[in-house]
Design a protein around this ligand. Structure first.
Ligand code: SF4
Ligand code: SF4
Length: 167
């Protein structure tokens, strides 16, 4: 039996303590949203993007393979009420919004991993669900056609990430 997720009884542990991956479109949406940011090189391969002096995003750019992009932890978009300040916000820029529509990607600014949570997609396992969203160590596979939008977004963003500059 799948345990119910009761977010109103929780201090948003997922947003505070998880390593939350971003894709290139998540990153572009966030940078459009915050408008002003600084990219700080920690070393030759590791960069932190800051906004108002706070870390927003970390980027690890290995010598081989795709860069790994993460939300800084705890997430800078978690507000004082333990709610997501990006929830239900959409891309306002007309040209960017139309580009997203063309690719059948969501206009929501909230990152894919957050919108999909407690589900996620892995190339080997397919769609899985975290067994306990507060402790993202164990998971189990799920077959549900209604969740295929997660695979679609992830696949498109992987192709874009191979072919576009991050920012
Ligand atoms: S950890 Fe689970 S219960 Fe808590 S806010 Fe996140 S999804 Fe909701
Ligand atoms: S973007 Fe929102 S849902 Fe995602 S980790 Fe941050 S506060 Fe949580």
């Amino acid at each position: 039996m799948i345990a119910e997720v009761k977010c109103d009884k929780c201090r948003a542990e997922c947003c505070r303590n998880s390593v939350i991956p971003l894709n290139i479109i998540d990153l572009k949406k966030i940078l459009y949203h915050v408008k002003e940011y600084n990219a700080v090189d920690v070393d030759s391969r590791f960069k932190v993007i800051e906004h108002n002096g706070k870390p927003l995003v970390a980027i690890n750019d290995p010598s081989e393979g795709l860069p790994q992009i993460y939300l800084a932890s705890p997430c800078a978009f978690l507000n004082e009420d333990n709610l997501c300040s990006l929830h239900k916000l959409q891309v306002k820029d007309k040209e960017f919004a139309e580009y997203l529509d063309t690719l059948e990607l969501s206009r929501d600014i909230k990152p894919l991993a957050c919108r999909a949570h407690p589900y996620f997609f892995d190339n080997n396992e397919g769609i899985s669900r975290w067994a306990d969203c507060r402790n993202t160590k164990s998971s189990f596979p799920v077959e549900d056609k209604n969740l295929e939008w997660i695979v679609h977004e992830k696949d498109i963003c992987t192709v874009l990430q191979k072919n576009q500059k991050l920012f």
